[in-house]
Design a protein around this ligand. Sequence first.
Ligand code: NAD
Ligand code: TYD
Length: 342
Amino acid sequence: MNVLVTGGCGFIGSNLVKYIRRHRPDWKVVNFDKLTYAGNLENLTELEGDPNHVFVRGDVGNKELIEHLVRLHGIEAVMHLAAESHVDRSILGPEVFTVTNVLGTQVLLEACRATGVKRFLMVSTDEVYGSLGPTGSFTETSPLQPSSVYSASKTSADLMALAYEHTFGLDVVVTRCSNNYGRYQFPEKLIPLMVVNALGDKPLPVYGDGGNVRDWLHVEDHCQALLIALEKGRRGEVYNIGGGAERKNIEIVKGILSALSKPETLIKYVKDRPGHDRRYAIDPAKIKAELGWKPAHTFEQGLAETVRWYVDNRPWWERVMSGAYRQYFDTQYKARLDQAAA
Ligand code: NAD
Ligand code: TYD
């Protein structure tokens, strides 16, 4: 099979491209990525010289280029991961979230329709469902109630993909996954940010009371689910993906400090994120029963392995955090700590 993966140089995308090359050695993967601050070719060094991995730099909003690539490489399936992916950034600058996540997805869908792509996997998120109270979990029929600009843009893309199935007959499958963690995650998201800060003996900024809950899944378990959904998912269906590992943020931060033998005095409670969703929890019963997926990692084992990876790969995160990103990060990070002090 010839597959085009968008966003294949980001966190999940780069893990996915490598996962596909390992588990489907006869497939050709065309990796299409704009290389924003979050996309990094260094995530893919182990594929250097691999004739079945082709990298093309481009924007999902470039219809002509995508149509050309689909024809040139005989693309049969598209796995769409390219996105602006961080809630905090969507608060600081909403526009690019609409351009890439909403308009970019629609243009990509149109290119797939025009060229007769056989299957389109829309990689969505559990954040489309909004926030939960202390009990219950999201099923595929839970109401869509996104509350951040990021999640609203992803909901639009998710629904646009389903509309292309319904209206134009494009073969679409949608997945909605919970929070991922693992190697190559950009150090702006909770887990890598806290590891990197702790390693530098810097304060760890915990929003609000630290009691917000996320349902964590190891990125390789997500990659496995995406491959299964691509191959076996039913057209027009939505599949929730989650690992049943609900944790409060503060528990995770303390776990990281303990793994690194750093003191809890590094924890700094800061002003809450505006519109901060309180709790996410996924019910993955459908993908388990229908497609036979189950996660392989426990959270404790996966977190320990991830922390170790960041300890061992300092050159990687120092490089991706340098330059323009460093400026953005230092400004934002300082602002968060200042807000706490105010
Ligand atoms: P990421 O930010 O690490 O990577 C995004 C990638 O998309 C980067 O390589 C970036 O260069 C690329 N990109 C951005 N704009 C582009 C454009 N206009 N054209 C082409 N490429 C572009 O994100 P991630 O955490 O790997 O998430 C990947 C996908 O999975 C996203 O769609 C996200 O919404 C979804 N998702 C993420 C999580 C999570 O916990 N990280 C959970 C569920 C779903
Ligand atoms: P994040 O990794 O940004 O993912 P998402 O917002 O998509 O769930 O954040 C995970 C949780 O961690 C979320 O409740 C916000 C919290 N958080 C902090 O407390 N401090 C931080 O510096 C960051 C980045 C996140």
